[in-house]
Design a binder for this molecule. Sequence first.
Ligand SMILES: Nc1ncnc2c1ncn2[C@@H]1O[C@H](COP(=O)(O)OP(=O)(O)OP(=O)(O)O)[C@@H](O)[C@H]1O
Length: 318
Amino acid sequence: MIELRGLTKRWPGADRAAVDEVTLSVPEGTSCALIGPSGSGKTTTLRMVNRLVEPSGGSLRIAGEDALKQDPVRLRRGIGYVIQEVGLFPHRSVAENVATVPRLLGWADARIKARVEEVLTLTGLDPARFAARRPHQLSGGERQRVGVARALAGDPPVLLMDEPFGAVDPVVRGRLQEEVLRLLKTLRKTVLVVTHDLEEAVRLGDAVAVLRDGRMAQHAPAAEMLARPADGFVAEFLGSDRALKRLALLPAVAARREGRAEGEALPPGASLRDALAALLARGTKAVPLADGGVATLDAVAEAGAPMSAAAAGPAGSP
Ligand SMILES: Nc1ncnc2c1ncn2[C@@H]1O[C@H](COP(=O)(O)OP(=O)(O)OP(=O)(O)O)[C@@H](O)[C@H]1O
């Protein structure tokens, strides 16, 4: 659990706080995506959590402990940190880069070697091919994977990510997001991720927190926020196509009707957006679902409407 209460940062000489009394909880094993316009305080908030930036006020608890009373260097060893530029040591091999935190933690060589192989494999990098390479011998996507492997190496319960996939092309980016998401869920990490990209926020965050001028504009599960933005600012930030974006978060079975239809059934985990895409691409009135029944255009529209049963639930914080 990461708990920020009234966390504030005033930079010297600034006329207003860059982060102004932000309160936010990320329950254990869940992820929260921080989004907001440029300069709204996302990175400053993230860097206060690992004390790369010292807060001017407020409190911060990680796993129940007062993180502002801990030694910052020790605190950071328990927090994985992934940044856009990755920040690998250029003259060290991939294996040596990934081993950074385990070495600082004083692990024995054999344990470090085994762990490096394990996290490289977890992040989709075959140790036999990649362990000995230098960072400049990797593609952008591979470097990003090494960044994730390095952050996971010491098995920290908490992971902070700042634009983790910002530097890679959209195709690689989508695949990396999927993989990292699956990995972090399996490992039950508590994750705070900063991103500019709303789709990435919705994909990676169980909850989404929108900052505006250093203040929290809304904090809610993604589907709820897309259905019910707290105000005009959040609505505009989410975009006029927010109802469409939300379809990707709801299961196709929410639009299930009795009936039969021609063509290939949608796969089991399909979303309402997948159902809509199939209906449009096939030019049919109904598409078969994996477990029987069909999804129709009317049913997709009904299930995807912001006030439908699928969207019901209390407004406000998760
Ligand atoms: N080291 C610093 N010294 C002084 N002011 C800073 C410093 N770092 C950030 N700021 C200011 O704090 C405010 C918030 O910056 P921050 O980097 O947190 O925003 P952000 O939402 O992450 O922006 P972006 O999306 O552009 O990265 C900005 O006004 C910025 O100029």
